[in-house]
Write a protein that binds this ligand. Structure first.
Ligand code: SAM
Length: 286
């Protein structure tokens, strides 16, 4: 296939297939030729790897994944891209393209059906309007996925990979760390995309934990607590936790005290381990 990062090749494809970018679907396609090989090299960790790609665009990353993986299943919501993909991916017989909204797919069933006996990973340049929902959906379902290697906006990368207890963290930071070991791999400038977005991006990698490593009284209470605490991140944690979870302020204050936390502590000052401890304590007291 011709170089899918070449602007005249892309323009020719779009003209022949009457394709126009959709802003609402987060269509910023990669045109920097060095980025896709790097994502694929970092994301595919064995020859026995089955890869799920979310959002094919015109297939520029799909091509690089297919060169290295045993099988690629790519999920794309925009069926206007399918005639283009028939052309750009024609040389590969081990790519399957599914027309679907990834948020509505049964990925557990898909993995069983498509990747039997393979190590499964996810590699994608994610549509930015649903970055966190996609990442949380992949993690919360405890799918048998080993690595998630994805391009996200720079600010999202910082938040997703931040250390709980620091200024950059949010509820999603805590959740990502609960389910995986996150790290930032490399930055990607906005000029690497067509059309260019307003902000720079970065590729991050989440090494998924195969099972929970923590002794938690009640997982859904833990996540409700973290979400409530970060709902007013710059304020002291007692107020939002008390009002959102409908627990008396006195009880929240006692739980904080039992965990050696200051009564005026803010969510962004609480470390990962302290949140686990606070959740167990509050769950017992409430
Ligand atoms: N992988 C291509 C690249 O790097 O050039 C395209 C990446 S582009 C940022 C995101 C892609 O995700 C688009 O092709 C878009 O149509 C697709 N997409 C958006 N929302 C989706 C969803 N809910 N499910 C599946 N694909 C989606």
């Amino acid at each position: 296939m011709e170089n899918l990062c070449n602007i005249s090749v892309i323009k020719d494809l779009f003209e022949r297939h009457h394709f126009q970018f959709s802003k609402t679907l987060g269509q910023n396609f990669l045109v920097n030729p060095s980025v896709c090989p790097k994502i694929a090299q970092n994301g595919i960790f064995s020859e026995n790897c089955g890869v799920i790609e979310i959002g094919t665009g015109i297939g520029v990353l799909t091509n690089e994944l297919a060169k290295r993986a045993k099988k690629v299943v790519a999920i794309e919501i925009d069926d206007r891209l399918f005639p283009i993909l028939e052309e750009t991916l024609q040389e590969y017989s081990h790519i399957k393209i599914i027309h679907a909204d990834v948020m509505k797919l049964d990925l557990g069933a898909l993995i069983k059906e498509e990747f039997s006996g393979m190590d499964v990973c996810v590699c994608a340049n994610l549509p930015y309007y649903i970055t966190s929902p996609i990442i949380m959906m992949l993690l919360e379902q405890r799918l048998p996925i080993k690595w998630i290697t994805v391009m996200v906006q720079k600010e999202a990368a910082i938040r997703l990979c931040a250390k709980p207890g620091t200024r950059d963290c949010g509820a999603v930071t805590f959740a990502v760390r609960y389910y995986s070991h996150p790290k930032q791999l490399f930055p990607v400038s906005k000029g690497s995309f067509l059309p260019a977005p307003k902000v720079d991006s970065a590729v991050i990698q989440l090494e998924v934990k195969s099972q929970s490593e923590y002794a938690v009284e009640n997982e859904s209470f833990l996540f409700a607590l973290v979400k409530a605490a970060f709902s007013q991140r710059r304020k002291t944690l007692v107020n939002p936790v008390s009002s959102v979870l409908k627990i008396p302020k006195k009880t929240v204050a006692l739980a904080l005290e039992n965990c050696d936390l200051k009564p005026i502590v803010r969510a962004e000052e609480v470390t990962f381990e302290q949140f686990l401890q606070l959740s167990n304590e509050l769950f017992k007291l409430k």
